[in-house]
Design a binder for this molecule. Structure first.
Ligand code: 5GP
Length: 194
């Protein structure tokens, strides 16, 4: 059923955490009405200000594992030890049915996974921080990380940066406005080729 329905395109944004990917995704979404955001499921605790069903579908680890067993996910990853994140097939179907192209904010492994399942239908964009030091500073300023989780995220970021060249396009997030403009142009060319 998933593959028979009328389908739109898939626009994937991946980046090391703290690269500013979420701001770019939001900027691109605001400029392009035909796009809609795929709300992921995750098993980590909700942060202050987050809304269930808007930022994520917050599931208990048990429910998350049950959904894995049911085959409910298009892709899922244990992004950080003990924290599961995944794209529900039902979410993509919902947005395609609404006539939208679907935008994903997923980690690098998840992004490459979706791209490999939909090589022609998906555009995979890698958002790169100007440097690892800028990335570290952004994570510190965000103030959501403990010493321990900061170390984990930076370790993972280094590894993820080495996968950048497997993506269709790399956007360096030095200046946010410029990065949003560049990403929006690429996305528009992809969903409405001239
Ligand atoms: P955060 O905990 O900061 O919201 O997100 C951590 C990381 O999980 C980010 O890199 C984000 O892109 C990634 N992520 C969010 N949703 C998904 C998903 O559905 N699948 C995968 N593979 N990664 C996700």
């Amino acid at each position: 059923m998933f593959y028979d329905m009328h389908t739109g395109k898939l626009v994937i944004f991946s980046a090391p955490s703290g690269a500013g990917k979420t701001s770019i995704v939001n900027g691109v979404l605001q400029r392009t009405p035909k796009l809609a955001f795929s709300v992921s499921a995750c098993s980590r605790p909700m942060r202050p200000g987050e809304v269930n069903g808007k930022d994520y579908y917050f599931l208990s680890p048990k429910t998350f594992r049950e959904k894995i067993d049911e085959g409910a996910f298009l892709e899922w990853e244990e992004v950080y030890p003990g924290s599961y994140y995944g794209t529900l097939r039902s979410e993509v179907e919902r947005l395609w049915q609404a006539g939208k192209h679907v935008v994903f904010d997923v980690d690098v492994a998840g992004g490459l996974n979706i791209k490999s399942q939909f090589p022609e239908q998906a555009l995979a964009v890698f958002v790169k921080p100007p440097s690892l030091e800028v990335l570290r500073q952004r994570l510190v300023n965000r103030n959501t990380e403990t010493e321990e989780s900061l170390r984990k995220r930076l370790g993972k970021a280094e590894l993820e940066l080495s996968y950048a060249n497997r993506f269709d396009h790399i956007v360096v997030n030095d200046n946010l406005e410029t990065a949003i403009r560049e990403a929006s142009e690429k996305v528009l060319q992809f969903i409405d080729p001239q």
